[in-house]
Design a binder for this molecule. Structure first.
Ligand SMILES: *Cc1c(COP(=O)(O)O)cnc(C)c1O
Length: 360
Protein backbone atom coordinates (compact mmCIF):
# COMPACT_ATOMS: atom_id res chain seq x y z
CA UNK A 1 0.00 0.00 0.00
CA UNK A 2 1.24 3.47 -0.70
CA UNK A 3 -0.53 6.72 -0.01
CA UNK A 4 -0.01 9.89 -2.01
CA UNK A 5 -0.17 13.48 -0.85
CA UNK A 6 -3.68 14.34 -1.97
CA UNK A 7 -4.28 18.05 -2.62
CA UNK A 8 -7.86 17.56 -3.83
CA UNK A 9 -10.35 20.35 -3.09
CA UNK A 10 -13.00 17.78 -2.20
CA UNK A 11 -13.70 15.04 -1.48
CA UNK A 12 -10.36 15.45 0.16
CA UNK A 13 -7.68 14.02 2.40
CA UNK A 14 -8.75 12.58 5.76
CA UNK A 15 -6.51 11.85 8.75
CA UNK A 16 -4.78 8.53 8.17
CA UNK A 17 -5.37 7.60 11.79
CA UNK A 18 -9.12 7.93 11.27
CA UNK A 19 -9.06 5.74 8.16
CA UNK A 20 -7.05 3.07 9.97
CA UNK A 21 -9.47 3.05 12.89
CA UNK A 22 -12.44 2.79 10.57
CA UNK A 23 -10.72 -0.06 8.72
CA UNK A 24 -10.10 -1.93 11.97
CA UNK A 25 -13.78 -1.52 12.92
CA UNK A 26 -15.15 -2.31 9.47
CA UNK A 27 -16.40 -5.84 10.18
CA UNK A 28 -17.15 -5.53 13.88
CA UNK A 29 -17.87 -2.15 15.41
CA UNK A 30 -17.18 -2.18 19.12
CA UNK A 31 -18.33 -5.77 19.72
CA UNK A 32 -21.62 -5.39 17.84
CA UNK A 33 -20.57 -8.00 15.27
CA UNK A 34 -21.49 -5.68 12.41
CA UNK A 35 -20.22 -2.67 10.52
CA UNK A 36 -21.63 0.79 11.26
CA UNK A 37 -22.81 0.60 7.63
CA UNK A 38 -25.02 -2.34 8.52
CA UNK A 39 -26.61 -1.18 11.75
CA UNK A 40 -29.98 0.40 12.43
CA UNK A 41 -29.85 4.13 12.89
CA UNK A 42 -32.22 3.52 15.83
CA UNK A 43 -29.80 1.13 17.55
CA UNK A 44 -28.11 1.95 20.85
CA UNK A 45 -24.70 1.77 19.21
CA UNK A 46 -25.60 4.33 16.56
CA UNK A 47 -27.40 6.56 19.01
CA UNK A 48 -24.18 6.77 20.95
CA UNK A 49 -22.19 7.52 17.77
CA UNK A 50 -24.36 10.47 16.75
CA UNK A 51 -24.71 11.84 20.28
CA UNK A 52 -20.96 11.68 20.86
CA UNK A 53 -20.32 13.32 17.48
CA UNK A 54 -22.64 16.17 18.37
CA UNK A 55 -21.13 16.62 21.84
CA UNK A 56 -17.62 16.69 20.36
CA UNK A 57 -18.35 19.27 17.65
CA UNK A 58 -20.13 21.38 20.27
CA UNK A 59 -17.02 21.25 22.41
CA UNK A 60 -14.64 21.93 19.50
CA UNK A 61 -16.57 24.96 18.23
CA UNK A 62 -17.82 26.08 21.62
CA UNK A 63 -21.40 26.04 20.30
CA UNK A 64 -23.85 27.76 22.67
CA UNK A 65 -26.92 25.87 23.95
CA UNK A 66 -29.31 28.00 21.90
CA UNK A 67 -27.92 26.53 18.66
CA UNK A 68 -28.87 23.16 17.19
CA UNK A 69 -26.44 20.94 15.32
CA UNK A 70 -28.11 19.09 12.45
CA UNK A 71 -26.57 16.28 10.39
CA UNK A 72 -28.33 16.44 7.02
CA UNK A 73 -27.95 15.25 3.43
CA UNK A 74 -28.17 16.87 0.02
CA UNK A 75 -24.76 18.49 0.22
CA UNK A 76 -24.03 22.15 0.69
CA UNK A 77 -25.95 22.79 -2.54
CA UNK A 78 -29.26 21.73 -1.01
CA UNK A 79 -28.82 24.44 1.61
CA UNK A 80 -28.91 27.01 -1.22
CA UNK A 81 -32.68 26.30 -1.35
CA UNK A 82 -33.33 25.19 2.22
CA UNK A 83 -32.06 28.47 3.70
CA UNK A 84 -34.44 30.78 1.80
CA UNK A 85 -37.37 28.38 2.22
CA UNK A 86 -36.94 28.50 5.99
CA UNK A 87 -35.59 31.98 6.60
CA UNK A 88 -37.17 34.33 4.04
CA UNK A 89 -40.10 35.51 6.16
CA UNK A 90 -40.06 38.93 4.43
CA UNK A 91 -39.00 37.33 1.17
CA UNK A 92 -35.75 39.30 1.07
CA UNK A 93 -32.10 38.34 1.50
CA UNK A 94 -28.78 40.07 0.77
CA UNK A 95 -25.87 38.25 -0.86
CA UNK A 96 -22.18 39.00 -1.04
CA UNK A 97 -20.96 37.22 -4.14
CA UNK A 98 -17.32 36.22 -3.79
CA UNK A 99 -17.20 33.15 -6.00
CA UNK A 100 -19.13 30.41 -7.73
CA UNK A 101 -20.63 28.89 -4.61
CA UNK A 102 -21.94 32.21 -3.32
CA UNK A 103 -23.25 32.95 -6.80
CA UNK A 104 -25.09 29.65 -6.97
CA UNK A 105 -26.67 30.30 -3.57
CA UNK A 106 -27.68 33.78 -4.74
CA UNK A 107 -29.21 32.44 -7.95
CA UNK A 108 -31.10 29.69 -6.15
CA UNK A 109 -32.55 32.13 -3.61
CA UNK A 110 -34.06 34.13 -6.47
CA UNK A 111 -36.55 31.29 -6.91
CA UNK A 112 -37.97 31.96 -3.48
CA UNK A 113 -37.89 35.72 -3.02
CA UNK A 114 -35.95 38.87 -3.63
CA UNK A 115 -32.23 38.14 -3.53
CA UNK A 116 -30.07 41.26 -3.61
CA UNK A 117 -26.45 41.20 -4.66
CA UNK A 118 -25.07 43.86 -2.31
CA UNK A 119 -21.39 43.30 -3.15
CA UNK A 120 -19.34 41.19 -5.52
CA UNK A 121 -15.73 40.55 -6.49
CA UNK A 122 -16.57 39.16 -9.92
CA UNK A 123 -15.03 42.24 -11.61
CA UNK A 124 -11.57 40.78 -10.88
CA UNK A 125 -12.33 37.06 -11.19
CA UNK A 126 -13.19 36.74 -7.50
CA UNK A 127 -9.56 37.32 -6.53
CA UNK A 128 -10.40 39.36 -3.44
CA UNK A 129 -12.98 39.91 -0.70
CA UNK A 130 -14.84 43.22 -1.04
CA UNK A 131 -14.85 45.76 1.78
CA UNK A 132 -17.88 44.72 3.84
CA UNK A 133 -17.72 47.33 6.58
CA UNK A 134 -20.56 49.51 5.31
CA UNK A 135 -22.68 47.72 2.71
CA UNK A 136 -26.18 48.75 1.63
CA UNK A 137 -27.91 46.11 3.75
CA UNK A 138 -31.62 45.99 2.88
CA UNK A 139 -33.91 47.33 5.56
CA UNK A 140 -36.17 44.28 5.38
CA UNK A 141 -33.51 41.63 4.71
CA UNK A 142 -34.19 38.37 6.52
CA UNK A 143 -30.48 37.56 6.43
CA UNK A 144 -27.14 38.35 4.85
CA UNK A 145 -25.43 35.46 3.09
CA UNK A 146 -21.72 34.80 2.59
CA UNK A 147 -19.45 31.99 1.49
CA UNK A 148 -16.70 32.39 4.06
CA UNK A 149 -13.91 30.51 2.29
CA UNK A 150 -13.99 30.44 -1.48
CA UNK A 151 -12.79 26.98 -2.40
CA UNK A 152 -12.29 27.62 -6.11
CA UNK A 153 -10.63 31.05 -5.94
CA UNK A 154 -8.73 30.71 -2.65
CA UNK A 155 -10.02 33.72 -0.75
CA UNK A 156 -11.31 33.94 2.81
CA UNK A 157 -13.04 36.61 4.86
CA UNK A 158 -10.59 37.73 7.55
CA UNK A 159 -13.33 39.81 9.08
CA UNK A 160 -17.05 39.08 8.96
CA UNK A 161 -19.26 41.62 7.16
CA UNK A 162 -21.05 44.29 9.12
CA UNK A 163 -24.62 43.05 8.69
CA UNK A 164 -26.08 46.01 10.59
CA UNK A 165 -27.92 43.72 12.94
CA UNK A 166 -29.23 41.28 10.32
CA UNK A 167 -28.75 37.54 10.70
CA UNK A 168 -25.55 36.26 9.11
CA UNK A 169 -25.67 32.96 7.20
CA UNK A 170 -22.35 31.42 6.18
CA UNK A 171 -21.28 28.53 3.99
CA UNK A 172 -18.08 27.31 5.63
CA UNK A 173 -17.72 24.07 3.64
CA UNK A 174 -14.03 24.55 2.88
CA UNK A 175 -12.91 26.12 6.17
CA UNK A 176 -15.00 24.06 8.57
CA UNK A 177 -13.10 23.40 11.83
CA UNK A 178 -9.90 24.92 10.43
CA UNK A 179 -9.75 27.61 13.11
CA UNK A 180 -11.82 28.85 16.07
CA UNK A 181 -15.02 30.75 15.23
CA UNK A 182 -17.42 32.80 17.32
CA UNK A 183 -20.66 30.94 16.64
CA UNK A 184 -22.75 33.70 18.26
CA UNK A 185 -21.98 35.97 15.29
CA UNK A 186 -23.96 33.73 12.95
CA UNK A 187 -27.58 32.65 12.54
CA UNK A 188 -26.52 29.64 10.48
CA UNK A 189 -23.10 28.14 9.84
CA UNK A 190 -23.17 25.19 7.52
CA UNK A 191 -20.96 23.09 5.34
CA UNK A 192 -20.71 19.95 3.29
CA UNK A 193 -18.19 17.84 5.21
CA UNK A 194 -16.31 16.41 2.23
CA UNK A 195 -13.83 19.30 2.13
CA UNK A 196 -12.40 19.44 5.62
CA UNK A 197 -14.29 17.07 7.89
CA UNK A 198 -15.43 13.72 6.50
CA UNK A 199 -16.80 11.73 3.58
CA UNK A 200 -19.29 13.19 1.09
CA UNK A 201 -22.93 12.72 2.00
CA UNK A 202 -23.16 14.71 5.23
CA UNK A 203 -23.87 18.40 5.58
CA UNK A 204 -23.66 19.90 9.05
CA UNK A 205 -25.95 22.84 9.86
CA UNK A 206 -25.42 24.82 13.05
CA UNK A 207 -28.49 26.98 13.47
CA UNK A 208 -29.74 29.38 16.11
CA UNK A 209 -32.95 28.09 17.69
CA UNK A 210 -35.12 31.12 16.93
CA UNK A 211 -34.58 30.47 13.19
CA UNK A 212 -36.17 27.03 13.49
CA UNK A 213 -39.91 27.50 13.07
CA UNK A 214 -43.03 26.16 11.40
CA UNK A 215 -43.35 29.48 9.61
CA UNK A 216 -41.68 28.36 6.39
CA UNK A 217 -42.46 29.05 2.76
CA UNK A 218 -45.77 27.44 1.70
CA UNK A 219 -45.10 24.13 -0.02
CA UNK A 220 -41.75 23.53 1.70
CA UNK A 221 -41.22 19.75 1.71
CA UNK A 222 -41.08 18.12 5.14
CA UNK A 223 -37.49 17.05 4.50
CA UNK A 224 -36.44 20.63 3.74
CA UNK A 225 -37.74 22.09 6.98
CA UNK A 226 -35.09 22.61 9.65
CA UNK A 227 -37.73 21.99 12.32
CA UNK A 228 -38.32 18.45 11.06
CA UNK A 229 -34.69 17.55 11.67
CA UNK A 230 -34.23 19.61 14.82
CA UNK A 231 -37.28 18.01 16.49
CA UNK A 232 -36.05 14.52 15.55
CA UNK A 233 -32.40 15.18 16.52
CA UNK A 234 -31.29 14.47 12.94
CA UNK A 235 -33.08 11.08 13.00
CA UNK A 236 -36.33 11.99 11.23
CA UNK A 237 -35.38 9.54 8.52
CA UNK A 238 -32.27 7.43 7.96
CA UNK A 239 -29.34 9.80 8.29
CA UNK A 240 -26.02 9.37 6.43
CA UNK A 241 -24.98 7.09 9.26
CA UNK A 242 -21.55 5.92 8.14
CA UNK A 243 -20.52 9.46 7.19
CA UNK A 244 -21.58 10.76 10.61
CA UNK A 245 -19.52 8.01 12.23
CA UNK A 246 -16.40 9.11 10.30
CA UNK A 247 -17.07 12.78 11.12
CA UNK A 248 -17.23 11.74 14.77
CA UNK A 249 -13.82 10.14 14.48
CA UNK A 250 -12.43 13.29 12.87
CA UNK A 251 -13.83 15.35 15.77
CA UNK A 252 -11.99 13.06 18.22
CA UNK A 253 -8.82 13.43 16.14
CA UNK A 254 -9.16 17.24 16.19
CA UNK A 255 -9.56 17.21 19.96
CA UNK A 256 -6.43 15.09 20.23
CA UNK A 257 -4.51 17.60 18.07
CA UNK A 258 -5.37 20.29 20.61
CA UNK A 259 -8.63 21.65 19.19
CA UNK A 260 -9.25 24.46 16.74
CA UNK A 261 -6.72 26.95 18.12
CA UNK A 262 -3.99 24.36 17.59
CA UNK A 263 -5.35 23.58 14.10
CA UNK A 264 -5.27 27.26 13.20
CA UNK A 265 -1.62 27.46 14.20
CA UNK A 266 -0.77 24.37 12.16
CA UNK A 267 -2.78 25.57 9.18
CA UNK A 268 -1.07 28.97 9.27
CA UNK A 269 2.33 27.32 9.37
CA UNK A 270 1.50 25.11 6.39
CA UNK A 271 0.02 27.96 4.36
CA UNK A 272 2.95 30.25 5.12
CA UNK A 273 5.41 27.71 3.77
CA UNK A 274 3.59 27.63 0.44
CA UNK A 275 2.75 31.35 0.19
CA UNK A 276 6.32 32.38 1.12
CA UNK A 277 7.61 30.18 -1.67
CA UNK A 278 5.10 31.62 -4.16
CA UNK A 279 6.02 35.20 -3.19
CA UNK A 280 9.69 34.74 -4.08
CA UNK A 281 9.24 32.37 -7.03
CA UNK A 282 10.19 33.50 -10.51
CA UNK A 283 7.99 30.90 -12.15
CA UNK A 284 4.89 30.48 -9.99
CA UNK A 285 2.60 33.12 -8.64
CA UNK A 286 -0.42 33.21 -6.39
CA UNK A 287 -3.62 34.53 -7.93
CA UNK A 288 -5.40 36.33 -5.08
CA UNK A 289 -4.89 39.47 -3.06
CA UNK A 290 -2.53 38.74 -0.19
CA UNK A 291 -4.73 40.06 2.57
CA UNK A 292 -7.58 37.76 1.52
CA UNK A 293 -5.61 34.54 1.12
CA UNK A 294 -7.25 31.32 2.26
CA UNK A 295 -5.41 28.98 4.62
CA UNK A 296 -7.11 26.04 2.94
CA UNK A 297 -7.12 26.51 -0.85
CA UNK A 298 -4.07 27.94 -2.58
CA UNK A 299 -4.42 28.63 -6.31
CA UNK A 300 -1.32 29.47 -8.33
CA UNK A 301 -0.21 29.71 -11.97
CA UNK A 302 2.88 29.86 -14.11
CA UNK A 303 1.16 32.04 -16.69
CA UNK A 304 1.61 29.39 -19.38
CA UNK A 305 -1.18 26.81 -19.71
CA UNK A 306 1.13 24.18 -21.25
CA UNK A 307 3.63 24.55 -18.44
CA UNK A 308 0.79 24.32 -15.90
CA UNK A 309 -0.32 21.04 -17.47
CA UNK A 310 3.26 19.73 -17.42
CA UNK A 311 3.54 20.66 -13.76
CA UNK A 312 0.31 18.85 -12.82
CA UNK A 313 1.40 15.75 -14.72
CA UNK A 314 4.92 15.59 -13.27
CA UNK A 315 3.65 16.35 -9.77
CA UNK A 316 1.30 13.40 -10.03
CA UNK A 317 4.20 11.18 -11.04
CA UNK A 318 6.00 12.39 -7.91
CA UNK A 319 3.08 11.37 -5.66
CA UNK A 320 1.53 14.85 -5.38
CA UNK A 321 -2.02 14.43 -6.63
CA UNK A 322 -5.00 16.55 -7.62
CA UNK A 323 -3.14 19.82 -8.10
CA UNK A 324 -5.05 20.85 -11.21
CA UNK A 325 -6.98 24.08 -10.71
CA UNK A 326 -10.77 24.21 -10.96
CA UNK A 327 -11.98 23.69 -14.52
CA UNK A 328 -13.33 27.26 -14.65
CA UNK A 329 -10.06 28.87 -13.51
CA UNK A 330 -7.22 26.74 -14.85
CA UNK A 331 -3.71 26.73 -13.38
CA UNK A 332 -3.10 24.87 -10.15
CA UNK A 333 -4.69 24.70 -6.74
CA UNK A 334 -3.29 23.04 -3.65
CA UNK A 335 -5.93 22.33 -1.03
CA UNK A 336 -4.15 21.97 2.28
CA UNK A 337 -6.95 21.07 4.66
CA UNK A 338 -6.61 20.04 8.32
CA UNK A 339 -5.58 16.49 7.44
CA UNK A 340 -2.77 17.51 5.06
CA UNK A 341 0.44 17.05 7.06
CA UNK A 342 3.17 19.71 7.09
CA UNK A 343 5.39 17.18 5.32
CA UNK A 344 2.94 17.16 2.40
CA UNK A 345 3.35 20.89 1.88
CA UNK A 346 7.12 20.56 2.28
CA UNK A 347 7.12 17.90 -0.42
CA UNK A 348 5.05 20.15 -2.68
CA UNK A 349 7.33 23.15 -2.20
CA UNK A 350 10.45 21.03 -2.79
CA UNK A 351 8.89 19.72 -6.01
CA UNK A 352 7.97 23.26 -7.12
CA UNK A 353 11.56 24.43 -6.54
CA UNK A 354 12.90 21.57 -8.62
CA UNK A 355 10.34 22.20 -11.36
CA UNK A 356 11.24 25.89 -11.38
CA UNK A 357 14.94 25.14 -11.80
CA UNK A 358 14.24 22.77 -14.66
CA UNK A 359 11.76 24.96 -16.51
CA UNK A 360 12.75 28.58 -16.03
C1 LIG B 1 -17.90 22.15 -2.53
C2 LIG B 1 -18.62 23.33 -2.06
C3 LIG B 1 -20.02 23.43 -2.19
C4 LIG B 1 -20.86 22.37 -2.86
O1 LIG B 1 -20.92 21.26 -2.04
P1 LIG B 1 -21.85 20.01 -2.41
O2 LIG B 1 -21.81 19.23 -1.12
O3 LIG B 1 -21.21 19.31 -3.55
O4 LIG B 1 -23.20 20.50 -2.72
C5 LIG B 1 -20.63 24.56 -1.69
N1 LIG B 1 -19.93 25.54 -1.10
C6 LIG B 1 -18.60 25.47 -0.96
C7 LIG B 1 -17.87 26.58 -0.29
C8 LIG B 1 -17.91 24.37 -1.43
O5 LIG B 1 -16.56 24.31 -1.30
Amino acid sequence: MSRVYNFSAGPAVLPEEVLREAAAEMLDYNGTGMSVMEMSHRSKAFEEIIQTAEADIRELMNIPDNYKVLFLQGGASQQFAMIPMNLMKNGVADFIVTGQWAKKAYQEAQKFGKANKIASSEDRTFSYIPDCSDLPISEDADYVYICENNTIYGTKYKELPNTKGKTLVADVSSCFLSEPVDVTKYGIIYGGVQKNVGPAGVVIVIIREDLITDDVMPGTPTMLKYKTHADAKSLYNTPPAYGIYICGKVFKWLKKQGGLAAMKERNEKKAKLLYDFLDQSKLFKGTVEKKDRSLMNVPFVTGDADLDAKFVKEAKEAGLENLKGHRTVGGMRASIYNAMPYEGVEALVAFMKKFEEENL
